[in-house]
Write a protein that binds this ligand. Sequence first.
Ligand code: AMP
Ligand code: MG
Length: 317
Amino acid sequence: MAVLKATQEAIAAAGAALRGGALVAFPTETVYGLGADASDGRAVAAIFAAKGRPRFNPLIVHVADTDGAERLGSFTDSGRQLAAAFWPGALTLVVAKQPRCPVADLATAGLATVALRVPAHPIAQALLRATDRPVAAPSANRSGHVSATRAAHVTADLGASVSIVLDGGPTPIGLESTVVDTTGPEPLILRLGGLARESLERVLSRPLALARGEPGKPASPGMLTRHYAPATKLRLDALEVRAGEALLAFGPAVPKGATATVNLSPSGDPVEAAANLFCALRELDGAGAQAIAVMPIPHAGLGEAINDRLQRAARSR
Ligand code: AMP
Ligand code: MG
């Protein structure tokens, strides 16, 4: 595994590695992705092996622009409207696969739909253009673990099966993309994420429902009940710190007595809190505390997705 500063030469090398069937981890504006050529079934299989994913969940396929997306999927009116408003950005759209879509069945788990995203991060954009192939990329972390928002998280989680990690510093948003299924008569949120529900609703001028999975059959893989989890137990909505606890704080009024404290946003800004969330969970997970107390975080804006991730992380095994 080579960790390379994301220079032009490194991006060109990473593009060549992807075309050769290798795995490359790269920053996006949401989290680090573990990429493979989406049209190469063997390369896609290597993603599942590297992450230790128990099941072949469908993956998000990344392309450089909307034209590239339209070659892979056929868009409904709502899909087109959302793509026009939010691409490039933290939005993944599930659309029907085009008849001659080159994406490997393993990347779509054999579904007749494909999840597409045009990321905005300049390094992701440059890599997609250098590769000139659709790139399947889940988050670059061990299956079930907290997503990687720094190159060091990728190297800590994933082994030698990753040939290049492009280091582009911390990812700006810090939450995975929001996934919207646009194949039905009404768009449906499959996964809350880095684009707030309110922003989508403003563009569509109507409320958007969140898909509810049944037990054992999640609405989408990102909705597995336990996910995004540190090893240390979380105690949510904590207003005080108990003996032996570390504290994940939010806002200016921080209770005392924690063995270690990380404040997601001293000013109480949910956007800043989202960007710091996964890094903070990893840091406190390594602090050797009995549990991590988590202060309440308001649900508005990105707060909804932050609370979604914290609830999944808190579920007992
Ligand atoms: P991850 O690989 O952990 O970033 O998660 C991938 C996400 O993509 C999952 O949460 C799914 O919601 C979504 N996804 C990918 N393909 C599809 C699809 N064809 N239908 C529904 N959801 C999908
Ligand atoms: Mg993931």
